[in-house]
Design a protein around this ligand. Sequence first.
Ligand SMILES: [Zn+2]
Length: 268
Amino acid sequence: MEEILSFLAFYILPVVIISALSFWRFCRSVEFDVTQAFQFSDRVFAHAGEGGCYGILKKLAKKARVNTPALIHMEGHALVTYAVRKDRSVVVVGKNDLELFNRIEMEAALAHELGHILNGHHVKAMLWHSVLLAIYFCAFVTFFALLLPALVADIFGRGPFFSDLLFLLRITVILTLLWVGLELVFRFYLRRREFQADEKWAELVVDPQKVIQALRRFEVLVLPRKKNFAQLAWKFLVFWVTRAADTHPSDEKRIARLEKLAREKANT
Ligand SMILES: [Zn+2]
């Protein structure tokens, strides 16, 4: 019993680190909303056509009955949403996307992002992420800081500082399985929420055909992606964050869903 208690105490540090990290990320996104974002809100982008990108966003937000998200302009390609609350959100648009998308496509892209905001996806994903990260780190720590040294000590015939090797092994396996299982559920959820965002999008843009047309265009657009393999490898090892690329289901699947939606709409 005492052994188990001291064992559990071992997890306090990783859990504290993860909690602090999550809290910091949460604060950062709140701060991001409040202090920076609204400075940019009323900016109309000169080369984004009549009324500008912000004008389109404003119209969509009005239709969705939420406060217009603040719009942030960034170098390169970016279409991301941060929303801690529905009425306090930020949409980040890359400068290159402004040049690439026509009005319909911009409307489509923004409506999709608004769909994420309306569904509260950002906060949910942040919570998921924290839990997953905590379990991952516990498994990591159990293996590298407890099991491995104990094994090595055992091999070299020294008295292991933690006597029950089988117990450690079991804990490592359980944590790993738990992490992998939840990770799969999370990925499934990430894909589902893209469909949810698409549904809201079709609702906001009214004509699902328009949405499908925009998706077909996105499919052809090949956005250049910078790849830094050293960074990628490091991230994969520590945070397994390769998921940005596969959060969105294939365009074909999304189009099929939207076509079904359009048919349903036509029938009612
Ligand atoms: Zn999305």
